[in-house]
Ligand binder design. Sequence first.
Ligand SMILES: [Zn+2]
Length: 216
Amino acid sequence: MINIGKENDNHYIVDDPHVSRHHARLEKQEDGVWLLVDLDSTNGTYVNDQQVARKRVNLKDEIRFGGQYICSLSDILNQHNDYSEEFAQLKKVYDRYIESKVKIQSSNQFKIRLLQSLPFALLGVVGVALSFLDKGSPLLMTISLFIMICAPTIGIFLGAKQSAKVPRQLQYIANQFKIDYVCPKCGTFLGEIPWESLRNRKQCPVSSCKAKWINE
Ligand SMILES: [Zn+2]
């Protein structure tokens, strides 16, 4: 939320005789669009020359407070630079990324081991079958011998096939992370820097951006 008016306690201070002390307010809606709300100002709030009480505004709209002070949404947002709310949301993005990365790695390690040992398990099954039949069927003996020879190779093959899936899965979540873990103002990817370290920096690492993350 951004308060607009002549008084010093506003986020966006307008020095104009026709602007009220607490003139208007911008509220960010859930869909990301800003809602401009007039706070019963003396001379009114206008969007594209129409007087409004509450109006959703975009970057192209011409906003006027009182008789003559004209500005745009980006003027207000640029001066304001407080992105603490948006930045707080990024914690979830970072935590989710790390969580799914660990999940992919550990679940794959389990699958790889399982696949590697599968042929040996099969060997055991044939062995049990042989001992039950007790007549040493030549076919089963052959199968058993065949599996015994091939088991390590098949195990390695299945394990390698599974581990080849890991980079692709990791790439997929890394790509999504690059889209989501960005500065809410300039959209620059923040890198694999933990959210806590970014918070300690208090603002966007891009020096021309100046987005502030911590409200002090
Ligand atoms: Zn930035």
